[in-house]
Design a protein around this ligand. Sequence first.
Ligand SMILES: Cc1cc2nc3c(=O)[nH]c(=O)nc-3n(C[C@H](O)[C@H](O)[C@H](O)COP(=O)(O)OP(=O)(O)OC[C@H]3O[C@@H](n4cnc5c(N)ncnc54)[C@H](O)[C@@H]3O)c2cc1C
Length: 455
Amino acid sequence: MTRADVVILGGGPGGYAAAIRSAQLGQSVVLIDEDRVGGTCLHRGCIPTKALLHAAEVADTARTAAQFGITATFDGVDTERLHGFKNTVVSRLHKGLSGLIDALGITVVNGRGRLTGPTTVEVDGNTITGASIVLATGSAPKVPQAIATSDRVFTSDQALDLTTIPESAIILGGGVIGVEFASLWASFGVKVTIVEALPRLVPNEDATISTYLERLFRRRRITAKTGTRVTAVTSDEDAVAVTLESGDLLTADVLLIAVGRAPRTANLGLAEVGVELDGGLVVTDNQLRTSVPTVYAIGDIVAGLQLAHRAFQHGIFVAERIAGREAELVADSGIPRVTYCHPEIASVGLTEEEARDRYGEGVETVTYDLAGNGRSQILKASGAVKLVVDPSGAVAGVHMIGDGVSELIGEAQLLYNLGVKAAEAARFVHAHPTQNEALGEALMAVSGAPLHLHG
Ligand SMILES: Cc1cc2nc3c(=O)[nH]c(=O)nc-3n(C[C@H](O)[C@H](O)[C@H](O)COP(=O)(O)OP(=O)(O)OC[C@H]3O[C@@H](n4cnc5c(N)ncnc54)[C@H](O)[C@@H]3O)c2cc1C
């Protein structure tokens, strides 16, 4: 029987962060994963998608080079080299992570684990005992029951490795994963149609951001059918057909199902041991403890944002608590959210609607269009920075859209999480010419002292 201070089930960003920090704090650690350490993020999520999106940006740069006086052409996608590039990035990071885990003396057990008691996990008939157990089994793509997957109908897991670029694609779901693939494929020349049941794309973002995205996607000839549901999906050797509730029939080469991700908590023995679940998600208190005091849950299996950096912070947090340290969790509203489509989206804090619900009167907003920002003009980046300020004058939300805005989220999250007053932040200087100035201009404008802003 193996024993450790901390036994972690799942080696994604949540689980491996918990393992690393626990080991750094002197705990003995067993990390169990049925696949490779790194989880969804490294192998099927953040890293491979962003590698492909970078290649898409290169394609766009080649296609639009003439606008900048450069002679270049986009002649197509060599999928073998494309996947070679993506896979090299993933395998380098995997090697680095495995080396780090090894160097810290963490025991990695490869196999499917199951909770068998408050302090025990079983893997392939072997019992591993931990004074504390951390559940970090992550999530998997949801597939509506009525839809049968095939070579033409698939989720992001398969979409990452397509060996041929389709001529046309329908994407079911206009959330983060849906719009990232829409953007990527459109850059590769695919005719893309997104179908979203809610009234707007990226429905979790501020409504102004959705309006900008829909407009900028239209310019890229990405079609968005919002506020409509799919009633039937059929596919054969040649095509996939999607019927909408309006009766419209869409056909394409492939259908990507991007309707969200479900927590992987089935068949883990959780209910038998007394770990409370709600709709498949593990119920925790604000210290990420489950209903069984020795068992913690982190990452995508805990209700809230499904993001790798949230899982990292959960992992670090529980490791510190288990080691007896004081630690504080940043609430989900303070966690930066980035969508890496073209144009990029980055936000933190409350949307205007949420701020008005919370504070009522006295909420101020300003939207600074990137048309007034020199660097964005050079980069031909369209978009905006929207600030939401609460009645005390503190920054309550920052919502940005436009290529390059992901890099502005660092300042934005500090403004929000430190409760900085917009007028106070407005007196600090932003370098010229940077896209960062757009955030500075928005701070000045919302404080009543705009500079480069037309009335
Ligand atoms: C296409 C896509 C793009 C994404 N892009 C981003 C992005 O740009 N930025 C971002 O922040 N987030 C992104 N995400 C989300 C991010 O990947 C997840 O939020 C993150 O991986 C969650 O981490 P986790 O540790 O909770 O779970 P996971 O990463 O899912 O890891 C769980 C691990 O547990 C293992 N496991 C599960 N059950 C068992 C078992 N019974 N026994 C043993 N092992 C088990 C799995 O093999 C897996 O390795 C993306 C996701 C997808 C799908």
